[in-house]
Ligand binder design. Structure first.
Ligand code: URA
Length: 187
């Protein structure tokens, strides 16, 4: 199955109640065989309206971090979220919503086969790295899981709320750049 075929199937998804409130399902965007994949939390208002992840204010900041290390959704990364439909009032996705939606994400991983997965924020880090993951303590640390390197970092929305964390987050993205070099990944 190709990513486009998976997206067509996913867009019909009615496996949890989040489908009832969606304008658009936000499947993911970027290079279809990217070595680096970013996983956020879930679509916000702008993402729901436009059908693309991270296109609101926090997305602009994420794009700046990416640009600073020569990455971009147009060139060399793929960006998706833990849940593909917007949770009402931007609440955290519930565990049962994530449990259903993670199956789409797993299929995306199988097709894209990233070498590095960056969890953007607590929600995806706790689901994909460890349920005990603490962003303040463990951000920027790479761990290997099933042959894939994973790292969790600050969510850009959290940085917009607390700009003191911007430098720490920037250091995490520099570590991503170093890791790409170390692994000999051509971006
Ligand atoms: N926040 C996320 O986690 N994902 C998006 O797509 C937008 C905002």
């Amino acid at each position: 199955m190709t990513l486009d075929e998976l997206e067509i199937q996913c867009k019909e998804c009615k496996k949890c109640a989040l489908c009832e409130g969606r304008t658009n399902l936000v499947f993911g965007t970027g290079k279809k065989d990217a070595d680096i994949m970013l996983i956020g939390e879930g679509p916000g208002e702008q993402e729901d309206l436009q059908g693309e992840p991270f296109v609101g204010r926090s997305g602009k900041l994420l794009d700046k971090f990416l640009e600073s290390i020569d990455l971009s959704r147009d060139k060399n990364v793929y960006i998706a979220n833990m849940v593909k439909c917007r949770p009402p009032h931007n609440r955290d996705p519930k565990p049962e919503e994530q449990d259903v939606c993670i199956n789409w994400l797993r299929e995306q991983f199988k097709i894209i086969r990233p070498k590095i997965i960056i969890c953007v924020g607590r929600i995806s880090a706790q689901k994909l790295i460890s349920p005990y993951f603490r962003v303040t303590k463990e951000h920027g640390e790479f761990i290997e899981k099933n042959g894939v390197l994973m790292m969790g970092t600050y969510h850009p929305a959290a940085i917009l709320r607390n700009p003191n964390n911007k430098e720490l987050a920037y250091q995490d993205w520099l570590k991503v750049r170093d890791k790409i070099e170390e692994m000999g990944i051509v971006i």
